[in-house]
Design a protein around this ligand. Structure first.
Ligand code: DAH
Length: 348
């Protein structure tokens, strides 16, 4: 709206029109940026107010006070409205910001689930503790073995019928995946002299897969060699071990058996922990659970490691850890240990 200086009436009319335009502009303002544009139009350098106040010097003397007073009132009115609007917009923006940043305390937190030890590891550690308490050391051996340590030096030569019971994985280069933890016996005796009392936990491998067999499974081997070790020592050691694992009121029995590396050999049963020996589905009505193999170290083994069989004697045993877990926790399928089903694993 161009304005040419005229009389007071003309000035007032012009300002009235400007105020109307200002009001309608203000109604359309929705945010601070738009308000700033309006402020520039009505109060900025090129606005009516600035232009006329700048030209005061050249006004006729009589008009000066008239223009000064009216234009200032006009400016104050505009400023007042803009300031009010600004306050209003800022408080709206603030409210919106608060709403956006609100923290919903009723939301459940994100929890970091920690992993845990597999039940097999837990049971291995429990068994290690029992034997360490009896003065045993823990020894380890490789899972990829030679025929010599896995069979030959364990009194199981090439043509021995016991070999066919081990469905062996051969990996080439004369190497195989150990079918038992027994080779650790030989490896340990080669490097150490009696007295020896070790257990050796670890993974073992056989080509087998059903409810009670998986291609990979876990064993703990035990070996004690010293002067005057006898079958009574073996019985006592295994009875202590089995009662610690299955409970104090368990009975233990030895049945004659055959293993190439022990003579005599036995299979060891523990009275069923489900029915307490009365006979149930788990023990197939017998009241007994077959738990491990054991025996007196066959003197032949000593010739492989340079011990004098006249001087030393010893006992050995081998336990399947999955079987211990199954009986201890009532698990009826061995394969589940290796399927990584969290619903199963989290129960322990
Ligand atoms: N190595 C045997 C197996 O896997 C278990 C075993 C039996 C180990 C008797 C022994 C033992 O040390 O004396 O079937």
């Amino acid at each position: 709206m161009e304005y040419k200086i005229g009389n007071e009436k003309k000035l007032k009319d012009h300002m009235e029109n400007l105020l109307k335009a200002f009001s309608s502009d203000m109604e359309k303002v929705g945010n601070i940026a738009e308000l700033e544009n309006v402020r520039i139009i009505y109060l900025g350098k090129k606005s009516f107010v600035s232009t006329i106040l700048r030209s005061m010097g050249s006004l006729p003397r009589t008009m000066k006070p008239v223009v000064g007073k009216n234009v200032n009132l006009f400016r104050i009115e505009i400023e007042k409205n803009i300031n009010l609007k600004e306050k209003e917009l800022k408080s709206i923006e603030y409210e919106q910001k608060l709403k956006k940043e609100v923290i919903d305390l009723s939301l459940p937190g994100r929890c970091n689930t920690a992993g845990s030890k597999n039940i097999l590891t837990q049971v291995v550690e429990e068994i290690e503790d029992i034997f360490i308490g009896m003065g045993f050391e823990v020894a380890e051996g490789p899972e990829v073995e030679t025929d010599y340590y896995n069979f030959e030096a364990l009194n199981t030569p090439e043509d021995h019928p016991a070999r066919s019971l081990h469905d062996t994985f051969f990996v080439g280069g004369g190497m195989l995946l150990r079918t038992q933890t027994s080779p650790v016996q030989i490896r340990y005796m080669e490097k150490n002299r009696p007295p020896i009392a070790i257990i050796s936990p670890g993974r073992t491998y056989r080509k087998d897969y059903d409810v009670s067999h998986t291609p990979m499974f876990t064993q703990i081997e035990g070996l004690v060699v010293d002067r005057e070790i006898n079958f009574g020592n073996l019985k006592w050691t295994l009875e202590v071990f089995l009662r610690e694992i299955f409970g104090n009121d368990r009975k233990v029995r030895f049945r004659p058996h055959f293993f190439p590396f022990t003579e005599p050999s036995a299979e060891v049963d523990v009275s069923c922990n489900i029915c307490n020996g009365a006979g149930c589905r788990v023990c197939k009505g017998s009241g007994w659970l077959e738990i491990l193999g054991a025996g007196m170290v066959d003197p032949n083994l000593y010739s492989f490691v340079g011990y004098d069989p006249g001087e030393y004697s010893g006992f050995a045993f081998g336990v399947g850890i999955e079987r211990i877990c199954m009986l201890k926790y009532g698990i009826d399928d061995l394969r589940i240990f290796f399927e990584n089903d969290l619903r199963f694993l989290k129960q322990f």
